[in-house]
Design a binder for this molecule. Structure first.
Ligand code: ATP
Length: 401
């Protein structure tokens, strides 16, 4: 009997083609659209075109001659994603809702519904691949691989999936490039063939992130401070590094964020709330007239201060390393999890679509210390670091700072 697959149909071109390929491969396919957001239930009224999207998903399902259903997951989405976003921003961190959405919604709540519909697998239109091998104990080990289209690879967003979740996942378009996907959609006369790619989170829609955050995080006026690149704090760190005699000391210095004080620079402007800003951010500061543009190099939600520096080469913006706390380390390949005391080299990225960079991971009792070969710009607490061997995503972690 054909295996049953529930495919997440978003009303976009990628999932439409994913569904088509599954039908071609002989699966029994069911299309499922999830409503993540409801007028009034989450935030901004009338900004999310989900009705159009669910209509497009329905039309694609009709065209492919597969059954179609919608599920309302807006409550779960609010609890697991929206609330997390607010609490992270409130704490001065930069969350990644897309990574969480896959772990908590698409491959959890959504997957449970799919399984209750008798599905063997859940498929999504992500640009990534999966394969597996049998280990020496006869156990199947699943591997998460980058999509063939290097421009579109979405493995970063799936970096928190478990072996269990991967075992039931299918990514039918992972072997294709985006232009190939569009060509297939056109050949098959799917209504989504020329639809624009979705931008960001549905429930935010066209609204700017600060406006979205203002719904719950009240504006609070504070200072924008500029720290000179010659500040003593940077020279002190270099000196500390030279003095450090043990590996532990060196790692601690290389991976800890700078601790700024409001007196470390001059006030150059006002802002409406440090929790609206992210490290590396250049736009939205409203301060002009500096020879080089100002970048956010740190935010402090306690003193409500934003620290900035001039130019993308500012020492406060570029750091050699970062730390992941023990309870926030995730191994997709659980069989490759590092033991305390172990050191390993990988290729890694700290944001979606960033080219992979050489990193050395040091597993210590209190967490994973990650030191890059080249300094990294805009390391932000709350974002994810993901590490790879060739095109296989091995693990990920939440950046502590
Ligand atoms: N509202 C939804 N209902 C069901 N599945 C969804 C929904 N939103 C996203 N997905 C699934 O997650 C995948 C990745 O979502 P993402 O938002 O990154 O869309 P995308 O890459 O633009 O894909 P698409 O072109 O299919 O919208 C989609 O291809 C689809 O399988």
């Amino acid at each position: 009997m054909a295996k049953r697959v529930v495919v997440g149909l978003s009303g976009g071109v990628d999932s439409s083609v994913a569904a088509h390929l599954l039908v071609e491969q002989g699966y029994e396919v069911i299309g499922l659209f999830m409503i993540n957001w409801h007028d009034g239930s989450v935030t901004i009224q009338g900004e999310c075109p989900w009705i159009d999207d669910s209509n497009d998903a329905l039309l694609v399902a009709n065209k492919l001659n597969i059954p179609f259903q919608s599920v309302d997951l807006s409550e779960q989405y609010k609890e697991r994603i929206v609330d997390y976003m607010f609490s992270e921003y409130e704490a001065g961190r930069t969350p990644n809702p897309d990574v969480l959405c896959n772990r908590e919604v698409k491959f959890d709540v959504f997957m449970d519904i799919a399984l209750s519909l008798g599905a063997d697998y859940v498929a999504m239109g992500h640009y990534c691949r999966k394969d597996s091998f049998i280990d020496e104990n006869g156990k199947e080990v699943f591997r998460l691989l980058a999509g063939v289209d290097g421009n579109k690879d979405q493995s970063y967003f799936l970096s928190q999936l478990s072996q269990e979740q991967l075992s039931k996942a299918l990514f039918p378009i992972g072997e294709l490039t985006k232009p190939q996907v569009r060509d297939i959609a056109a050949e098959q006369d799917l209504i989504t063939a020329n639809k624009k790619d979705s931008q960001g989170l549905c429930f935010i829609g066209k609204v700017k992130l600060p406006d979205f955050l203002k719904q719950q995080l009240l504006p609070k006026k504070g200072n924008i401070v500029e720290v000179s690149k010659e500040h003593q704090i940077y020279a002190d760190r270099e000196a500390e590094l030279l003095k450090a005699s043990t590996e532990e000391e060196k790692l601690e210095i290389l991976t800890s964020p700078y601790q700024y004080k409001p007196t470390y620079g001059k006030k150059v402007g006002d802002h409406q709330g440090a929790h609206y800003y992210t490290i590396g951010q250049r736009k939205g500061l409203g301060v002009g007239g500096t020879p080089l543009p100002l970048f956010v190099i740190a935010t402090d939600t306690k003193t409500n201060t934003i620290y900035t520096g001039q130019g993308d080469q500012h020492p406060g913006l570029n750091r050699q390393g970062l730390k992941v706390n023990s309870d926030e380390i995730h191994w997709v390949r659980t069989d490759l999890a590092m033991k305390v005391g172990e050191t390993r080299e990988y290729m890694a990225r700290i944001r979606y679509r960033q080219p992979l960079e050489k990193v050395t991971l040091y597993m210590k009792s209190d967490g994973l210390y990650c030191v890059f070969e080249n300094k990294q710009s805009g390391i932000s607490a709350g974002q994810f670091i993901t590490w790879y061997t060739d095109d296989e995503l091995i693990g990920s972690g939440v950046i502590a700072g």
